[in-house]
Structures are given as structure tokens and as C-alpha cells.
Design a binder for this molecule. Structure first.
Ligand SMILES: Nc1ncnc2c1ncn2[C@@H]1O[C@H](COP(=O)(O)OP(=O)(O)O)[C@@H](O)[C@H]1O
Ligand SMILES: [Mg+2]
Length: 329
């Protein structure tokens, strides 16, 4: 324990870079970086998420559930919260076959060939006082969630091979993430019927949504330096159109920030900082950034939507742009 709590708190708005500012007097606990602290990347903490991060790290609300459409920054929020505040971090991807017991203790092999138990990610995080993330926890088998509940509730978990009790460090935090595509098929709904007991344990349940226009543009510009204004406008408008179609159930493609960043980086790689070339290559590079992985009909819908957006922004469609500047391949 540190004697001077001042040393371990810093103004929230100085620690978590955000587009909107939270009141200057709110502070957030910071820790000394360790090898288990992730590296910092440009991440925009929306005002609400900066506050959620502060409540979560405070220790009073140590279990956080994050849901929302894919690509809205759930996983990176937790990772970058740890990165910016210096906390150690463990990430566990969940699958149908994932067993909580195997994430608690694992069998290790010594140099002489004998076996012994070693701490798995959950116990490591509990002992060290790390932020533990269960990615896509809703994939877990319900009986595994039940087992996890007992661990979360207990004041200490007996270690089967030593007989000692693992008591969670005061800095232990648990975040669980899950994806949903549309509100109606929302995972909250699905998991509630599956395991209400698990959800009840989370004092913070936050649905993350897409960033605002200004924030999303800022993210793309930060991650794809060299991307120009007009292509950015086109990208954002296409993203809005795709998310609308996805909400209406017409397509599954949501044009996530991750896909926009990939597309922008491909544009800069191939066109440099030349705005007209970037515009001319948009259709071709959207193809390899996203559309080639979609069902044919869906890819055609998105391609046509891009043509429409280009026409409203530039009064030129894909064909005219490619005629003016040449095709990439
Ligand atoms: N607030 C944000 N600041 C910076 N990048 C973001 C933000 N939100 C989303 N992104 C981008 O979206 C990508 C996907 O984020 P991720 O956390 O994997 O989404 P999720 O877990 O919700 O599916 C990130 O790699 C990043 O490029
Ligand atoms: Mg994720």
C-alpha cells in the first residue's frame, strides 16, 4: 500500500485522452507500469467511457460488462485503459470449449520432465491485481459461467494443489465483453436468459456504440496519417449508410472503425497524400479492405452505396473517378 494517495491519482482528463473533456477535478488511480502493462496506442476515450473507466478502476465497481456492435472499441477500451493508467492486464479469449478451471491453474513441465501446477491467467490476475478481460464471454458454456460466479463471489479460492487460499488483490478487476449486431438480437437479451446470475454480479453494464462523427474521423486520421479530408467524409458517410442497412437487417456488414482504418491505410499506402488518387482508389481498395469477404449480394449493395455517397459528395461516381485517374488494377 502506498502512503500518499495523491501519488497514485491523476486528473482523469490528463490521463485518458478524449474528445470531450470531463471535469478537471475527477481523478483516476494510476499505477507504475510493469511488463504486464500494454503499450499505449492512440485511443479516443469518449466522455462516458472515461467516466466508466474511472468508476471501474476506483475499486468500488470492480466488475464491468461491455456489450455493443463489433468494432466499437470494447476490447481496446479495456486494453488502453490499462495502458494509459499503467495497470497490468490479462486477456482471455472465450470459446464454447473454454474451461474456467484451465484458466485458473495449468500444468507446467519442469526442466527435469516432472509436472507441476502453474497459475493460469485468472489466478495470475487475482494475485497480481491486474485487469482481467474475458473476451466474448457469452461464448462460454453456461456451466462455466456458474463456476466463474462462485469464484467472483468467494472471498478466496482454495488452491487445490497447495491448500492455500487465493485472495484477490485489491486491484483485481474483471471486464467481460460481448458483441451484438442489432439491438433486437442484443446479447444482453441472449445472455440474460442464459445466465442472469452472472450478469447480476456486474455493477457496471455498459453498451458501447459507435463514436460520433468527429470522434470517428479523429480515430481514422490518427491511425492512418496522410488520409485526406474528402475521402474521410466519404468513408464516414458510407459507414453511416452501412450501419443503417445493417440495422434494417439488409446486410451484416457494419463498416466498423477497424474496417475504416484498414481502408484508410490502404488508400495512403497506394495513393500517398494525393487526395484525388485516394478518391479514385476508394472502390478498389474497399473491395480488399472488406467487400471480398462478404456475400456477393451484400458486397454489391455496399459498392452501390459507395457510388451514391461519392456522387453526393463530389457529383462523380466510381466510373468517372477511375476514368480520370486510372485504375489501380
Ligand atoms: N475510441 C476509439 N479510439 C481509437 N480507435 C478506436 C476506437 N474505437 C474503435 N477503434 C478502432 O476500432 C478497432 C476495433 O476495436 P475493438 O476494441 O477490437 O472493437 P470491439 O472489441 O468492440 O469489437 C480498433 O482497433 C481501433 O482501430
Ligand atoms: Mg472485441
Amino acid at each position: 500500500m502506498i502512503a500518499d494517495p495523491q501519488q497514485h491519482y491523476a486528473p482523469l482528463m490528463d490521463v485518458l485522452p478524449g474528445f470531450e473533456m470531463v471535469p478537471a477535478k475527477i481523478t483516476i488511480p494510476i499505477r507504475e507500469r510493469s511488463e504486464a502493462t500494454p503499450g499505449k496506442r492512440p485511443y479516443i476515450f469518449a466522455k462516458k467511457m472515461a467516466k466508466v473507466g474511472q468508476m471501474f478502476l476506483s475499486g468500488q465497481f470492480p466488475y464491468l460488462l461491455l456489450s455493443g456492435p463489433t468494432g466499437t472499441g470494447k476490447s481496446e477500451f479495456v486494453e488502453q485503459l490499462a495502458a494509459h493508467c499503467g495497470w497490468s492486464y490479462e486477456m482471455v479469449p472465450c470459446a464454447k470449449t473454454t474451461e474456467i478451471a484451465a484458466l485458473m491453474w495449468q500444468m507446467g513441465i519442469e526442466a527435469d520432465g516432472s509436472t507441476s501446477y502453474i497459475d493460469g491467467p485468472i489466478v495470475r490476475a487475482m494475485k497480481r491485481g491486474s485487469i482481467l478481460v474475458l473476451e466474448e464471454f457469452n461464448a462460454l458454456n453456461p456451466s462455466e459461467l456458474t463456476y466463474l460466479n462462485t469464484i467472483l463471489d468467494s472471498r478466496g479460492t482454495p488452491e487445490p494443489h497447495t491448500g492455500t487460499t487465493v485472495v484477490p488483490h485489491p486491484d483485481f478487476r474483471l471486464a467481460a465483453t460481448c458483441n451484438d449486431v442489432a439491438q433486437e438480437t442484443g446479447v444482453f437479451k441472449g445472455t440474460q436468459t442464459q445466465n442472469p446470475a452472472f450478469l447480476r454480479r456486474f455493477s457496471l453494464k455498459v453498451r458501447m456504440d459507435y463514436l460520433s462523427e468527429a470522434q470517428e474521423l479523429q480515430v481514422i486520421a490518427a491511425r492512418a496519417p496522410g488520409i485526406q479530408k474528402q475521402p474521410l467524409r466519404v468513408m464516414r458517410q458510407l459507414a453511416v449508410a452501412c450501419r443503417k442497412m445493417a440495422d434494417d437487417g439488409r446486410i451484416g456488414f457494419t463498416c466498423s472503425p477497424a474496417e475504416l482504418v484498414a481502408w484508410a491505410r490502404l488508400l495512403v499506402f497506394n495513393a500517398g497524400a494525393d487526395e484525388n488518387l485516394q478518391l479514385a482508389y476508394m472502390a478498389t481498395l474497399l473491395q480488399v479492405a472488406a467487400l471480398d469477404a462478404l456475400p456477393q449480394g451484400e458486397a454489391v449493395d455496399v459498392h452501390n452505396a459507395l457510388d451514391g455517397v461519392l456522387r453526393t459528395v463530389l457529383s462523380k461516381g466510381i466510373a468517372e473517378l477511375e476514368k480520370e485517374h486510372g485504375q489501380l488494377w
